[in-house]
Design a protein around this ligand. Structure first.
Ligand code: FE
Length: 297
């Protein structure tokens, strides 16, 4: 018997994050993975990088490293990154740009501050989300979707209080240009004081909101949410409700991220995420024997 859902989902969990130094010295907030939340199926990791102000020659990056079995999604708000990989791809990611990299069978890439940005310093602020691939796609050919800010679809509500950038999925009648292997929503909502949304999300999707800045109300119980919180939702309604009170001093900026859970075994070892330990050993062997290639330009 199928349940008939009405109204908005309720909040199931709120995770407060703290800014910490991760490998390489990045100042990040990492709502998951943590010891209590190993993943958020189909998502494996979310890093909120910065905002951090670098002086000249201070900015740090992630030199050559491999990935296999999942996707890395980079979304920058400030600063400029330069990426290169073992398949010969390279390019810049700037404010508002998105890079959706499907590592599949494996790439080695580097994610570094762009030369000029490194020299002058400046504000760096962005996100990296890891999206797991289903078993059938883990060894697919690597794929890049580099979408500049100007090509990320946006929509604004009639009264002008809500803006959304549609990185994946669909919102306010606008569809994303990025193609995903499994159904995913990745929406950047900016809600002005007095504004509200009810974003339809199918009941079988796992869904959360990450609050970039501002304060607001979430879910059918109108739970108070604020900066740096991850807010997970129960699968008990047909939309995700967010609102900002009319007397708020600032807009609410959130990422609304949702996806159909894969419900498959997850075995992770650093930059490799597979379904079995044997596949992890194979990834390590392939990497050590040079089968991921190298960055040679
Ligand atoms: Fe990487």
């Amino acid at each position: 018997m199928s349940q008939i859902l009405t109204g908005s989902r309720s909040v199931s969990k709120v995770v407060n994050t703290v800014q910490q130094r991760e490998g390489g010295g990045f100042l990040v907030r990492r709502p998951f993975p943590t010891q209590t939340m190993l993943d958020f199926d189909p998502f494996l990791l979310l890093d909120h990088l910065g905002p951090v102000h670098y002086g000249p020659n201070e900015a740090i990056g992630a030199p050559d490293h491999p990935h296999r079995g999942f996707e890395t999604v980079t979304y920058l708000l400030d600063g400029t990154w330069q990426h290169k990989d073992s398949k010969g791809n390279s390019g810049l990611i700037g404010p508002g740009d998105v890079q959706w990299m499907t590592a599949g069978s494996g790439v080695i890439h580097s994610e570094m501050p762009e030369d000029e940005f490194f020299k002058t310093g400046g504000l760096m602020h962005g996100f990296q989300l890891w999206v797991n691939l289903p078993k059938v796609d883990k060894m697919m050919r690597p794929r890049y979707q580099d979408i500049p800010a100007t090509q990320i679809p946006e929509a604004v509500t009639e009264e002008g209080l809500v803006k959304v950038r549609v990185i994946a999925g669909e919102a306010l009648g606008v569809k994303a240009v990025i193609d995903t292997r499994t159904p995913i929503f990745y929406l950047h909502y900016t809600i002005q004081p007095g504004g509200s949304i009810a974003q339809p999300v199918p009941a079988n999707y796992n869904a959360f909101v990450y609050v970039i800045d501002g304060q607001g109300l979430a879910g059918k119980e109108e739970r108070r949410i604020k900066e740096s919180q991850m807010v997970a939702f129960a699968q008990d309604g047909e939309d995700i409700a967010l609102a900002v009170t009319a007397d708020a001093k600032a807009p609410l900026n959130v990422l609304l991220i949702a996806g159909v859970p894969l419900k498959e075994q997850v075995v992770r070892y650093g930059p490799f995420v597979m379904n079995t330990e044997a596949e992890i050993y194979q990834a390590i062997r392939d990497f050590n024997s040079g089968r991921f290639g190298e960055i040679d330009f």
